[in-house]
Each structure stands twice: as structure tokens, then as C-alpha cells.
Design a binder for this molecule. Structure first.
Ligand code: HEM
Length: 390
């Protein structure tokens, strides 16, 4: 299957919307980078732990009811920024906040009927007004920001000492000079950075927003997470990834947050690269395909209580964590999410750090809804919450 998106870049470069040879070489390269910075050097774990300190500090400064969206977006985007740019941005950095806002607006607009229509027949709407024009303008500003970061990197780039994704990509560009079909060039780098920023920020931040909302709605489940954190981690050190194996209840809660939140309900649009048959249905080459991840995450044949938040879905009779085949929020197959490991690390470390330090509750007189809003992603309706230090 190939990607069939037109909206974010008609040039079909980078990671998420390229196809064929270009996609294969980019996916392999980015996968290696993520593994090197994530699993081997543990740089990512360390930077996520550092960011969780800023995140908790930002929560502490909130004196009354607040909507956690901006803080969570800033914190999550910094974990991707460390990977790409080798640096984090202050939550009050106006320029970076503007970039995040523009990107957020694009993801919101991507779900609009006009943007969907543009995706199907771009030639029809190219010069007409509508939300797709706002998206073009936003993407122009975001990619200008990315070009600026690449120029800065080039000034003190040392191939023998790569600091981040951009440095490694610049080296790859040199290596692939004789093979231009791979698409390793400055525009490929810009779009790859955009793909990671976009795919990595909204998704993980919305998952955390679902998570905090569900903790407000189910205080008895929050208490059990608190108890497990106190038993395994305590209050004298930060959570680390090695804690996951000792925290089956928290792992089950996080998996259930992802199942219930169903953040990317339709995956990324695809099209059949050749004539094929799936489950007895003939699909001709070129057919647009949407994979309904929602239908799997809420399949009544797979889940005991598909429409209810129930961490028991991921626990066995001995209260140990159990994997479920129908847990597919990151999709499956060759084009499944590239950032699954990073996302799982961010969600675990941020969620446990916040619950280690805070009790989260609804604001007096307010009853937040568990209904989602469909942007390109499925996000919780805006809500406010109160936090108290533990
Ligand atoms: C909770 C967080 C996340 C969720 C639920 C999620 C989910 C998904 C899904 C469903 C897809 C489409 C797969 C398909 O259509 O078959 C996808 C693609 C992708 N994701 Fe994620 N994602 C998350 C976080 C991340 C992060 C942190 C990154 C990287 C920084 C990332 C990078 C990508 C990329 C590059 C693709 C395109 C892969 C390709 O086409 O080869 N994602 N993601």
C-alpha cells in the first residue's frame, strides 16, 4: 500500500507521505536514528526525564483550574525537538509556541470536509479560498522555521559528532549524492522533520490529555496507579523505563487509555499499489483505502467491555499485564507508526511523573465530557482540571 495524502505536501517527500524507493530509504534511515538515540544511547530516556521535570514544574505554577493542553503539547513537542534539533524550547518561547499553534491548527483543519475534498481532487480547489489555504500558509511558516534550523545546523555541523536527526541527515545527504532518487536533499530533510514533529506531538499529547481526563473521571483507578507508583518508585527518585515491568497496573491503564482514546481512528490514508484481494474483496490498483483502527480498538468480539474504560482488558487473572492482539493504536504492517517506541516512552514517563507528584481532580461544578472531537485525530473536548501536590 502507498500513502495517498496530498494536503500536507504535494511534493510527496520525507517519511509519512512518500512512497517507493524514497520512502524505503527514509524509513530505514529514520528508524536507525530513533534506535540509536533511543535504545542504544538512552539519550531519549534521559531527555524525556528532564522534560518531565519542566512539565511537573509547569503544573505546579497553575494555582487554579486549568486546561492542560498547551503545557502537554509543549512538553511532548520538546521530546521530538530533542530528537530532531538536539534542543528543547522554553514553554514561553513565543516563536516556537506560534509554530506549535500553526501545526495544531493544521491537524484540526485536516479533518474538515474541504481539506478532505482537496485531498481527493486538489486541482479543483487549488485556487479557491477555504481551510486548505490556511493550511498552506501555516505549512509555509512551519517549513520556513525548519529551514532556519537546518541553516543553523550547517554552520557548525561536525559529521564525526552528530548531535541529532538533522546532523545525521546532512551526513546521509553527502553519502547519497550519487543516488538522487533516494530524495536525500534539503527539502526531504524539511519534510522529514515536519513529519516527525507533526506525527509525534499531537498524537502523544492527546493521549496524555485523554489519560488525565480519565483519571479525573475514575478517581478509584487513579488511586490504584498512585499506590503502584508509591510501591515501585516512591517519592525520592524519578520514574525510569525499567520500572515498566514492575508496574503491570499502570501499564494496563496506559494501554487502556490508548485503546479508549483511539487517537488516530483511521490511520493515514493509503492507496493500493497494485491489484489485490483482501478478505475476499477485490481492490483494484489506485483505490483509496482507510484502515479503521477504531473498529479494531472497539471490536465487541475482542474486548469484554469495548465502550467502557476498563484497565482489566490488559490484566490476567493474576493481575499481571497481558498483551492483546487487537491493541493496534499504532496500526500494523510496513507502514505502521515509526515512532511507537518513542511514544510509549514519552507517555509512560510523563504519565507516571505527573501522578507521582499530583492528585488530579475535576473542578468544582464542572463535569468534563468523555466525548471526543474529530480533527485529523480524535481528541478529548477541551476540559479544565485541578491539581494538588501529593
Ligand atoms: C500516541 C502516539 C502515536 C500514535 C497513536 C501514532 C499512531 C500512528 C498511526 C496510526 C500511523 C499510521 C499508520 C498506518 O497508516 O498504517 C502513524 C504513522 C507514523 N507515525 Fe505515529 N503515532 C504516535 C506517535 C508518533 C511519534 C512520537 C512519532 C515520531 C516522532 C511518529 C511518527 C510516525 C511516522 C513517521 C509515521 C508514518 C510512517 C510511514 O508512513 O512509514 N508517531 N502513527
Amino acid at each position: 500500500m502507498e500513502c495517498s495524502l496530498n494536503v500536507s505536501s504535494p511534493a510527496l517527500k520525507g517519511l509519512a507521505i512518500s512512497n517507493g524507493y524514497q520512502w524505503r530509504t527514509h524509513r530505514k534511515f529514520a528508524g536507525l536514528h530513533l534506535r540509536m538515540f533511543g535504545e542504544e544511547k538512552k539519550i531519549l530516556e534521559h531527555s524525556i526525564q528532564q522534560e518531565s521535570v519542566y512539565l511537573c514544574d509547569a503544573f505546579k505554577t497553575e494555582k487554579g483550574p486549568f486546561n492542560p493542553m498547551t503545557i502537554l503539547n509543549s512538553a511532548v513537542s520538546n521530546t521530538v525537538a530533542c530528537l530532531i534539533f538536539g534542543q528543547r524550547f522554553d514553554y514561553h518561547d513565543e516563536y516556537y509556541q506560534r509554530i506549535l499553534h500553526l501545526d495544531n491548527e493544521c491537524i484540526q483543519l485536516m479533518g474538515s470536509p474541504r481539506a478532505q475534498l482537496y485531498n481527493v481532487c486538489p486541482w479543483l480547489l487549488e485556487y479557491l479560498p477555504g481551510p486548505h489555504q490556511t493550511m498552506f500558509s501555516n505549512y509555509k511558516q512551519i517549513t520556513d522555521f525548519l529551514r532556519g534550523e537546518i541553516i543553523k545546523h550547517r554552520e557548525d555541523w561536525d559529521p564525526s559528532n552528530p548531535r541529532d536527526f538533522i546532523d545525521n541527515y546532512l551526513t546521509e545527504m553527502e553519502k547519497k549524492k550519487s543516488d538522487p532518487e533516494t530524495g536525500f536533499n534539503v527539502e526531504g530533510l524539511v519534510i522529514s522533520c515536519l513529519d516527525m514533529m507533526e506525527a509525534g506531538t499531537e498524537t502523544s499529547a492527546s493521549t496524555l490529555r485523554w489519560g488525565l481526563l480519565l483519571m479525573i473521571k475514575y478517581p478509584e483507578i487513579q488511586k490504584k496507579v498512585h499506590a503502584e507508583i508509591d510501591r515501585v518508585i516512591g517519592q525520592s527518585r524519578q520514574p525510569c523505563l525499567a520500572d515498566r515491568v514492575d508496574m503491570p497496573y499502570t501499564e494496563a491503564v496506559i494501554h487502556e487509555i490508548q485503546r479508549f482514546g483511539d487517537v488516530v481512528p483511521l490511520g493515514l490514508p493509503k492507496k493500493a499499489a497494485k491489484d489485490t484481494t483482501v478478505g475476499g474483496f477485490f481492490i483494484p490498483k489506485g483505490t483509496s483505502i482507510l484502515t479503521s483502527l477504531s473498529s479494531v480498538l472497539h471490536d465487541p468480539n475482542e474486548w469484554e467491555t469495548p465502550d467502557t474504560f476498563n484497565p482489566g482488558h490488559f490484566l490476567n487473572e493474576n493481575d499481571q499485564f497481558r498483551k492483546r492482539d487487537a491493541f493496534l493504536p499504532f496500526s500494523a504492517g510496513k507502514r505502521a507508526c515509526l515512532g511507537e517506541q518513542l511514544a510509549r516512552q514519552v507517555i509512560f514517563l510523563f504519565f507516571t511523573s505527573l501522578l507521582q507528584q499530583f492528585t488530579i481532580s475535576k473542578c468544582p461544578g464542572e463535569e468534563p465530557s468523555l466525548e471526543g472531537e474529530i480533527w485529523f485525530t480524535n481528541v478529548p473536548c477541551p476540559y479544565r482540571m485541578c491539581v494538588s501536590s501529593r
